[in-house]
Design a protein around this ligand. Structure first.
Ligand SMILES: [Zn+2]
Length: 382
Protein backbone atom coordinates (compact mmCIF):
# COMPACT_ATOMS: atom_id res chain seq x y z
CA UNK A 1 0.00 0.00 0.00
CA UNK A 2 1.50 3.33 -0.99
CA UNK A 3 0.83 5.90 1.63
CA UNK A 4 1.95 7.20 4.94
CA UNK A 5 0.65 6.28 8.37
CA UNK A 6 0.94 8.90 11.07
CA UNK A 7 0.15 9.51 14.70
CA UNK A 8 -1.39 12.89 15.41
CA UNK A 9 -1.67 14.45 18.81
CA UNK A 10 -3.47 17.47 20.22
CA UNK A 11 -0.85 19.15 22.40
CA UNK A 12 -2.12 21.60 25.00
CA UNK A 13 0.77 23.93 24.16
CA UNK A 14 1.22 23.39 20.42
CA UNK A 15 -2.21 22.34 19.17
CA UNK A 16 -2.65 19.55 16.63
CA UNK A 17 0.62 18.08 15.37
CA UNK A 18 2.10 14.93 13.91
CA UNK A 19 4.38 13.08 16.30
CA UNK A 20 5.19 9.93 14.35
CA UNK A 21 5.10 8.90 10.68
CA UNK A 22 5.77 5.60 8.96
CA UNK A 23 6.31 5.28 5.22
CA UNK A 24 7.64 2.83 2.68
CA UNK A 25 11.04 3.67 1.18
CA UNK A 26 13.40 2.01 -1.26
CA UNK A 27 16.29 2.35 1.17
CA UNK A 28 17.14 3.56 4.64
CA UNK A 29 16.99 7.33 4.94
CA UNK A 30 20.37 9.02 4.60
CA UNK A 31 19.27 12.36 5.88
CA UNK A 32 16.65 13.32 8.36
CA UNK A 33 14.17 16.12 8.07
CA UNK A 34 16.22 18.51 10.20
CA UNK A 35 15.05 21.51 8.30
CA UNK A 36 11.47 21.03 9.41
CA UNK A 37 10.47 22.90 12.49
CA UNK A 38 8.40 20.62 14.68
CA UNK A 39 6.92 21.38 18.06
CA UNK A 40 8.88 19.95 20.91
CA UNK A 41 7.63 19.40 24.41
CA UNK A 42 7.14 16.40 26.67
CA UNK A 43 3.67 15.81 25.26
CA UNK A 44 4.75 16.08 21.59
CA UNK A 45 7.79 13.91 22.17
CA UNK A 46 8.15 10.58 20.40
CA UNK A 47 11.47 9.63 18.79
CA UNK A 48 14.31 12.06 18.15
CA UNK A 49 14.39 14.11 14.98
CA UNK A 50 17.57 12.42 13.76
CA UNK A 51 16.36 8.97 14.70
CA UNK A 52 14.52 6.45 12.55
CA UNK A 53 13.04 3.03 13.14
CA UNK A 54 13.50 0.78 10.12
CA UNK A 55 12.06 -2.59 9.18
CA UNK A 56 13.25 -4.29 6.02
CA UNK A 57 11.34 -6.63 3.80
CA UNK A 58 12.49 -7.92 0.39
CA UNK A 59 14.07 -4.77 -0.94
CA UNK A 60 11.63 -2.43 0.76
CA UNK A 61 12.17 -0.46 3.94
CA UNK A 62 9.50 0.72 6.30
CA UNK A 63 10.80 3.82 7.96
CA UNK A 64 9.35 5.55 10.99
CA UNK A 65 10.51 9.07 11.78
CA UNK A 66 9.32 11.94 13.91
CA UNK A 67 7.85 13.58 10.80
CA UNK A 68 7.63 12.39 7.16
CA UNK A 69 10.89 12.56 5.22
CA UNK A 70 9.48 14.67 2.38
CA UNK A 71 8.46 18.18 3.18
CA UNK A 72 5.31 18.11 1.02
CA UNK A 73 4.12 14.86 2.62
CA UNK A 74 4.88 16.30 6.06
CA UNK A 75 2.76 19.33 5.19
CA UNK A 76 -0.19 17.21 3.98
CA UNK A 77 -0.02 14.94 7.02
CA UNK A 78 0.07 17.95 9.32
CA UNK A 79 -3.04 19.33 7.59
CA UNK A 80 -4.74 15.96 8.04
CA UNK A 81 -3.82 15.92 11.75
CA UNK A 82 -5.26 19.40 12.21
CA UNK A 83 -8.48 18.37 10.55
CA UNK A 84 -8.88 15.09 12.41
CA UNK A 85 -8.03 16.56 15.82
CA UNK A 86 -9.89 19.83 15.48
CA UNK A 87 -13.31 18.56 14.61
CA UNK A 88 -15.79 16.89 16.86
CA UNK A 89 -15.42 13.16 17.28
CA UNK A 90 -17.90 11.09 15.38
CA UNK A 91 -20.03 8.60 17.20
CA UNK A 92 -18.12 5.43 16.33
CA UNK A 93 -14.97 6.42 18.10
CA UNK A 94 -13.95 8.96 15.48
CA UNK A 95 -13.25 7.05 12.28
CA UNK A 96 -13.71 9.18 9.21
CA UNK A 97 -12.61 9.79 5.66
CA UNK A 98 -11.80 13.17 4.17
CA UNK A 99 -9.64 14.61 1.46
CA UNK A 100 -9.38 15.41 -2.21
CA UNK A 101 -6.94 14.94 -5.06
CA UNK A 102 -4.86 17.94 -4.01
CA UNK A 103 -4.56 17.36 -0.29
CA UNK A 104 -4.58 13.58 -0.52
CA UNK A 105 -7.16 11.14 0.79
CA UNK A 106 -7.18 10.47 4.49
CA UNK A 107 -8.60 7.82 6.77
CA UNK A 108 -8.42 9.03 10.33
CA UNK A 109 -9.34 7.56 13.67
CA UNK A 110 -9.43 9.96 16.60
CA UNK A 111 -9.36 8.65 20.15
CA UNK A 112 -8.72 9.89 23.68
CA UNK A 113 -6.38 8.55 26.31
CA UNK A 114 -7.10 9.07 29.98
CA UNK A 115 -4.70 11.42 31.69
CA UNK A 116 -5.52 12.76 35.12
CA UNK A 117 -3.15 15.68 34.60
CA UNK A 118 -4.57 16.82 31.30
CA UNK A 119 -7.25 19.37 30.68
CA UNK A 120 -10.52 17.45 30.72
CA UNK A 121 -8.58 14.44 32.03
CA UNK A 122 -7.85 13.09 28.59
CA UNK A 123 -5.51 13.66 25.66
CA UNK A 124 -6.57 13.41 22.08
CA UNK A 125 -4.68 11.40 19.51
CA UNK A 126 -5.42 10.26 15.99
CA UNK A 127 -4.07 7.62 13.68
CA UNK A 128 -3.94 8.90 10.12
CA UNK A 129 -3.49 7.13 6.82
CA UNK A 130 -2.75 9.48 3.95
CA UNK A 131 -2.88 8.20 0.37
CA UNK A 132 -2.93 9.60 -3.12
CA UNK A 133 -5.20 6.85 -4.41
CA UNK A 134 -8.72 7.24 -3.10
CA UNK A 135 -10.05 3.99 -4.57
CA UNK A 136 -7.22 2.03 -3.03
CA UNK A 137 -7.79 3.64 0.36
CA UNK A 138 -11.50 2.90 0.27
CA UNK A 139 -10.88 -0.66 -0.92
CA UNK A 140 -8.65 -1.21 2.12
CA UNK A 141 -11.11 0.61 4.39
CA UNK A 142 -12.58 -2.36 6.29
CA UNK A 143 -9.28 -3.95 7.22
CA UNK A 144 -7.55 -0.65 7.96
CA UNK A 145 -10.39 0.59 10.14
CA UNK A 146 -10.54 -2.64 12.09
CA UNK A 147 -6.83 -2.59 12.85
CA UNK A 148 -6.55 1.11 13.57
CA UNK A 149 -9.33 0.74 16.12
CA UNK A 150 -7.47 -2.14 17.66
CA UNK A 151 -4.28 -0.11 18.00
CA UNK A 152 -6.25 2.74 19.57
CA UNK A 153 -8.08 0.50 21.98
CA UNK A 154 -4.80 -1.16 23.00
CA UNK A 155 -3.35 2.25 23.88
CA UNK A 156 -6.56 3.22 25.67
CA UNK A 157 -6.54 0.09 27.80
CA UNK A 158 -2.95 0.71 28.85
CA UNK A 159 -3.60 4.37 29.63
CA UNK A 160 -6.72 3.44 31.62
CA UNK A 161 -4.68 1.02 33.70
CA UNK A 162 -2.04 3.64 34.46
CA UNK A 163 -4.75 6.18 35.22
CA UNK A 164 -6.53 3.73 37.51
CA UNK A 165 -3.37 3.18 39.54
CA UNK A 166 -2.75 6.93 39.75
CA UNK A 167 -6.32 7.64 40.80
CA UNK A 168 -6.22 5.05 43.56
CA UNK A 169 -2.97 6.52 44.85
CA UNK A 170 -3.63 10.23 44.78
CA UNK A 171 -6.79 11.20 42.98
CA UNK A 172 -7.35 14.44 44.87
CA UNK A 173 -3.94 15.78 44.05
CA UNK A 174 -4.38 14.87 40.39
CA UNK A 175 -7.71 16.67 40.20
CA UNK A 176 -6.25 19.72 41.91
CA UNK A 177 -3.31 19.80 39.58
CA UNK A 178 -5.43 19.37 36.51
CA UNK A 179 -7.83 22.10 37.47
CA UNK A 180 -5.71 24.53 39.42
CA UNK A 181 -2.28 24.73 37.90
CA UNK A 182 -1.93 26.38 34.48
CA UNK A 183 1.33 24.55 33.92
CA UNK A 184 0.02 21.02 34.30
CA UNK A 185 2.90 18.71 33.46
CA UNK A 186 2.65 17.39 29.93
CA UNK A 187 3.37 13.72 29.54
CA UNK A 188 4.50 11.67 26.60
CA UNK A 189 2.63 8.72 25.14
CA UNK A 190 5.18 6.39 26.76
CA UNK A 191 4.36 7.78 30.18
CA UNK A 192 0.61 7.74 29.58
CA UNK A 193 0.60 4.11 28.55
CA UNK A 194 3.37 3.00 30.88
CA UNK A 195 5.07 1.48 27.90
CA UNK A 196 8.61 2.72 27.23
CA UNK A 197 8.71 1.05 23.79
CA UNK A 198 5.34 2.32 22.66
CA UNK A 199 6.78 4.08 19.59
CA UNK A 200 8.61 0.95 18.51
CA UNK A 201 5.34 -0.97 18.82
CA UNK A 202 3.53 1.68 16.82
CA UNK A 203 6.26 1.39 14.18
CA UNK A 204 5.51 -2.34 13.90
CA UNK A 205 1.77 -1.77 13.69
CA UNK A 206 2.09 1.03 11.14
CA UNK A 207 4.51 -1.05 9.07
CA UNK A 208 2.01 -3.87 9.03
CA UNK A 209 -0.75 -1.47 7.94
CA UNK A 210 1.42 -0.38 5.00
CA UNK A 211 1.72 -3.97 3.81
CA UNK A 212 -2.04 -4.37 3.53
CA UNK A 213 -3.21 -5.03 -0.01
CA UNK A 214 -6.87 -5.47 -0.82
CA UNK A 215 -7.85 -8.65 -2.58
CA UNK A 216 -9.59 -7.62 -5.76
CA UNK A 217 -11.23 -10.21 -7.90
CA UNK A 218 -11.00 -9.41 -11.58
CA UNK A 219 -12.27 -11.63 -14.38
CA UNK A 220 -9.22 -12.72 -16.33
CA UNK A 221 -11.07 -13.09 -19.61
CA UNK A 222 -14.43 -11.42 -19.70
CA UNK A 223 -16.66 -12.99 -22.34
CA UNK A 224 -17.29 -10.83 -25.38
CA UNK A 225 -20.78 -9.58 -25.95
CA UNK A 226 -21.95 -11.14 -29.21
CA UNK A 227 -24.31 -8.28 -30.01
CA UNK A 228 -23.71 -4.94 -31.66
CA UNK A 229 -26.69 -2.72 -32.09
CA UNK A 230 -26.02 0.91 -32.99
CA UNK A 231 -29.62 2.14 -33.13
CA UNK A 232 -29.40 5.14 -35.50
CA UNK A 233 -30.16 3.12 -38.65
CA UNK A 234 -33.02 1.28 -36.93
CA UNK A 235 -34.52 4.56 -35.83
CA UNK A 236 -34.21 5.94 -39.37
CA UNK A 237 -36.03 2.88 -40.77
CA UNK A 238 -38.75 3.21 -38.16
CA UNK A 239 -39.34 6.77 -39.31
CA UNK A 240 -39.19 5.83 -42.97
CA UNK A 241 -41.63 2.91 -42.81
CA UNK A 242 -45.19 2.85 -41.67
CA UNK A 243 -45.58 1.24 -38.26
CA UNK A 244 -47.14 -2.00 -39.56
CA UNK A 245 -44.40 -2.61 -42.12
CA UNK A 246 -41.63 -2.02 -39.59
CA UNK A 247 -43.38 -4.22 -37.07
CA UNK A 248 -43.70 -7.09 -39.53
CA UNK A 249 -40.04 -6.86 -40.52
CA UNK A 250 -38.91 -6.93 -36.89
CA UNK A 251 -41.28 -9.77 -36.06
CA UNK A 252 -39.95 -11.85 -38.94
CA UNK A 253 -36.30 -11.27 -38.10
CA UNK A 254 -36.90 -12.08 -34.41
CA UNK A 255 -38.90 -15.25 -35.01
CA UNK A 256 -36.75 -16.75 -37.77
CA UNK A 257 -38.87 -15.97 -40.81
CA UNK A 258 -36.71 -15.30 -43.83
CA UNK A 259 -36.57 -11.60 -44.56
CA UNK A 260 -35.92 -10.82 -48.21
CA UNK A 261 -34.63 -7.31 -48.64
CA UNK A 262 -31.44 -5.69 -49.88
CA UNK A 263 -28.33 -6.56 -47.89
CA UNK A 264 -27.91 -3.17 -46.27
CA UNK A 265 -31.42 -3.10 -44.79
CA UNK A 266 -31.16 -6.76 -43.81
CA UNK A 267 -27.95 -5.89 -41.94
CA UNK A 268 -29.79 -3.24 -39.95
CA UNK A 269 -32.57 -5.62 -38.80
CA UNK A 270 -30.04 -8.37 -38.23
CA UNK A 271 -28.47 -6.30 -35.46
CA UNK A 272 -31.38 -7.41 -33.30
CA UNK A 273 -29.98 -10.94 -33.23
CA UNK A 274 -26.69 -12.16 -31.77
CA UNK A 275 -23.96 -11.90 -34.40
CA UNK A 276 -23.03 -15.57 -34.58
CA UNK A 277 -26.55 -16.75 -35.36
CA UNK A 278 -27.46 -17.87 -38.84
CA UNK A 279 -30.41 -16.45 -40.70
CA UNK A 280 -32.99 -18.90 -42.10
CA UNK A 281 -32.21 -20.02 -45.64
CA UNK A 282 -35.57 -21.55 -46.48
CA UNK A 283 -39.16 -21.62 -45.28
CA UNK A 284 -41.63 -18.83 -45.09
CA UNK A 285 -40.52 -15.61 -46.76
CA UNK A 286 -41.27 -12.02 -45.93
CA UNK A 287 -40.42 -9.68 -48.79
CA UNK A 288 -39.65 -6.09 -48.08
CA UNK A 289 -39.08 -3.51 -50.81
CA UNK A 290 -39.85 -0.05 -52.04
CA UNK A 291 -42.57 0.80 -54.51
CA UNK A 292 -42.77 4.47 -55.51
CA UNK A 293 -40.45 5.36 -52.67
CA UNK A 294 -42.75 3.72 -50.15
CA UNK A 295 -41.84 0.63 -48.17
CA UNK A 296 -44.10 -2.32 -48.90
CA UNK A 297 -44.15 -5.73 -47.23
CA UNK A 298 -45.28 -8.96 -48.81
CA UNK A 299 -45.85 -11.74 -46.34
CA UNK A 300 -48.43 -14.48 -46.30
CA UNK A 301 -48.46 -14.62 -42.52
CA UNK A 302 -49.94 -12.12 -40.13
CA UNK A 303 -48.87 -10.54 -36.88
CA UNK A 304 -50.19 -12.15 -33.70
CA UNK A 305 -52.53 -10.03 -31.56
CA UNK A 306 -49.78 -9.75 -29.00
CA UNK A 307 -46.14 -9.41 -29.96
CA UNK A 308 -43.24 -11.08 -28.14
CA UNK A 309 -42.10 -9.03 -25.16
CA UNK A 310 -38.67 -8.37 -26.66
CA UNK A 311 -40.22 -6.85 -29.76
CA UNK A 312 -42.46 -4.58 -27.68
CA UNK A 313 -39.46 -3.48 -25.61
CA UNK A 314 -37.39 -2.76 -28.73
CA UNK A 315 -40.13 -0.75 -30.41
CA UNK A 316 -40.90 1.30 -27.31
CA UNK A 317 -37.23 2.05 -26.75
CA UNK A 318 -36.68 3.11 -30.39
CA UNK A 319 -39.61 5.50 -30.13
CA UNK A 320 -38.56 6.88 -26.77
CA UNK A 321 -36.95 10.20 -27.65
CA UNK A 322 -35.61 10.63 -24.14
CA UNK A 323 -33.28 7.69 -24.82
CA UNK A 324 -30.36 9.06 -26.81
CA UNK A 325 -28.54 6.64 -29.13
CA UNK A 326 -25.63 6.34 -26.71
CA UNK A 327 -27.96 5.07 -23.99
CA UNK A 328 -30.25 3.16 -26.32
CA UNK A 329 -27.52 0.88 -27.65
CA UNK A 330 -26.58 -0.72 -24.30
CA UNK A 331 -30.27 -0.88 -23.45
CA UNK A 332 -31.04 -2.88 -26.59
CA UNK A 333 -28.00 -5.09 -26.08
CA UNK A 334 -29.15 -5.78 -22.52
CA UNK A 335 -32.67 -6.68 -23.66
CA UNK A 336 -31.41 -8.98 -26.42
CA UNK A 337 -28.93 -10.65 -24.05
CA UNK A 338 -31.69 -11.20 -21.53
CA UNK A 339 -33.81 -13.11 -24.03
CA UNK A 340 -30.80 -15.02 -25.26
CA UNK A 341 -30.22 -16.13 -21.68
CA UNK A 342 -33.87 -17.14 -21.34
CA UNK A 343 -33.56 -19.20 -24.53
CA UNK A 344 -30.35 -20.78 -23.26
CA UNK A 345 -31.99 -21.74 -20.00
CA UNK A 346 -34.76 -23.44 -21.93
CA UNK A 347 -32.24 -25.57 -23.83
CA UNK A 348 -31.17 -27.15 -20.54
CA UNK A 349 -34.50 -28.91 -20.04
CA UNK A 350 -36.16 -31.34 -22.40
CA UNK A 351 -39.75 -30.41 -21.62
CA UNK A 352 -40.10 -27.00 -19.96
CA UNK A 353 -43.23 -26.74 -17.83
CA UNK A 354 -45.42 -23.79 -16.93
CA UNK A 355 -43.53 -23.17 -13.69
CA UNK A 356 -40.24 -22.75 -15.51
CA UNK A 357 -41.82 -20.39 -18.04
CA UNK A 358 -43.24 -18.38 -15.20
CA UNK A 359 -39.95 -18.11 -13.37
CA UNK A 360 -38.24 -16.97 -16.57
CA UNK A 361 -40.97 -14.43 -17.27
CA UNK A 362 -42.03 -16.17 -20.47
CA UNK A 363 -45.58 -15.80 -21.73
CA UNK A 364 -47.49 -17.42 -24.52
CA UNK A 365 -46.80 -14.62 -26.98
CA UNK A 366 -43.04 -15.09 -26.49
CA UNK A 367 -43.11 -18.67 -27.75
CA UNK A 368 -42.75 -17.95 -31.51
CA UNK A 369 -39.57 -16.01 -30.73
CA UNK A 370 -38.26 -18.60 -28.29
CA UNK A 371 -38.80 -21.49 -30.70
CA UNK A 372 -36.30 -19.86 -33.06
CA UNK A 373 -33.96 -18.61 -30.32
CA UNK A 374 -33.65 -21.91 -28.45
CA UNK A 375 -32.81 -23.65 -31.74
CA UNK A 376 -30.06 -21.07 -32.34
CA UNK A 377 -28.74 -21.54 -28.79
CA UNK A 378 -28.58 -25.29 -29.35
CA UNK A 379 -26.57 -24.65 -32.52
CA UNK A 380 -24.20 -22.39 -30.55
CA UNK A 381 -23.44 -25.24 -28.18
CA UNK A 382 -22.71 -27.74 -30.95
ZN1 LIG B 1 3.72 20.09 22.41
Amino acid sequence: MDGVVGLGHFCESHGPCVILATQRCQEEPRQYPHSLSVPWCESCQSIDLDQSLVSKDEGVCYVTTRTPLQQDVAFLLKQAAVRSLSCEETREGGTMYFGDSERGHVLSHTFALQDSLARGFHRKYSILILMRDKIHLLNCWPILTKNIKEIASDLQTKAAQINGVEQSQCSQRAVRQAQGSPSSPARSLSQLTGEPAVFAHLHMWFTWLLTVEPFVEKPSSAPEIPISCPPAALRALLKDMDRETFRKAVYCILTGIKLKVDQEILGVFRQLLPQNWSLPKSGEICKLGKIDDKWVVEWSGCLPPKLPKLQTVIEEALQNEALVDRALEPFLIGAILHWRNVARSLTWVSAPNQELFQSLGVQKFDLPLLAYWTAQCRNEKN
